[in-house]
Design a protein. Structure first.
Length: 311
């Protein structure tokens, strides 16, 4: 039976989007380059989004109503050191999604990033002028333009610093949790501000955007502006872990391949006003992460009961 929704990229976001769609009565299918992804619920096909012919064949067989396009090369430094790969995945891949979707009259809900801004002012609105300072930001901004140029019906959701209870790929929250449990020393920047976003909350925001019928640009980051070090301190507090292995540091002390916006925080008021989705703040998001961590108790170097006893 054809699937009414296609989700590209079964990472932190896609793996949360798939079960949400099932729970809401949809029939999604995922596509990903990797073969070892876990969608939690549903089927995943191995398809390369940079192969337009393969995408068109697949879309014609499935006849989806909407494609949630979350797939991307998101490693900022990898983008910087391999710009050709970044362009191929982030720009050509997104353009191909738009072209293939148009052949079956589907719409595309595309996930973009706060990195399209230079970070000089923060709390960016959808009407603010982009000025990316990294290859990642440049490719994601060009992807927005290329998607629009295909003429496909589309909406764009810009987000930031996705986190959740997820260990298949890098995730800031679980990295901090596991490092603190292992008492591993960490340095975290205290001069980069952004809007950390719970993956489940963004998944729901994307579905709400689709169901609203509004085909516009929305900022869909978390509702709270914070720097990385203070965010990590909050994670430690919520999980009742000793924060002493963490040391604050300024960005200029790190040997980073790509520039980061100093303040890429997003104003998410339009999403609440227009779509009716109010993004969670950090305490609300981390409460959900803690509940999930206590339930799963996997990949631990200490017994999960240790955390329960120290709540």
């Amino acid at each position: 039976m054809p699937h009414d929704i296609i989700v590209t990229g079964i990472g932190l976001l896609g793996s949360r989007l798939m079960p949400l769609l099932f729970n809401e009565g949809y029939n999604p299918i995922g596509i990903d380059m990797a073969t070892d992804v876990d969608p939690i619920k549903g089927e995943v096909k191995q398809i390369d989004i940079t192969d337009l012919n393969a995408l068109e064949r697949f879309f014609k067989s499935e006849k989806p109503e909407v494609i949630f396009h979350t797939a991307a090369l998101t490693n900022v430094d990898k983008n910087e050191t391999d710009p050709d790969l970044a362009y191929k995945i982030n720009v050509t891949g997104t353009k191909n999604i738009g072209l293939a979707a148009k052949t079956v009259k589907a719409c595309v809900i595309f996930v973009s990033t706060d990195f399209i801004f230079d970070g000089k002012k923060g709390m960016y609105k959808e009407t603010d002028k982009p000025n990316p300072i990294s290859v990642y930001g440049k490719t994601k901004l060009e992807a927005e333009y290329e998607l629009k140029k295909t003429g496909v019906e589309n909406a764009i959701a810009r987000t930031a610093v996705l986190y959740g209870s997820f260990r298949q790929r890098f995730n800031f929250a679980t990295w901090v949790i596991d490092s603190l449990i292992a008492k591993k020393p960490m340095t975290l920047v205290n001069d980069q501000y952004n809007s950390p976003t719970l993956s489940e909350d963004l998944a729901k925001a994307l579905l709400d955007i689709y169901e609203s019928g509004r085909r516009e640009i929305f900022h869909a980051g978390g509702s709270e502006r914070i720097n990385r070090y203070d965010f990590a301190l909050k994670i430690a507090k919520v999980m009742d872990l000793d924060p002493s292995p963490m040391t604050p540091i300024t960005t200029d002390k790190l040997d980073l391949k790509a520039k980061r916006p100093k303040d890429g925080s997003l104003d998410v008021s339009k999403l609440a006003r227009v779509v009716g989705h109010k993004m969670l703040n950090i305490d609300e998001g981390l409460a959900i992460v803690k509940e999930q961590e206590l339930k799963r108790g996997l990949d631990r170097k200490v017994d999960i009961k240790d955390i329960k006893e120290r709540k």
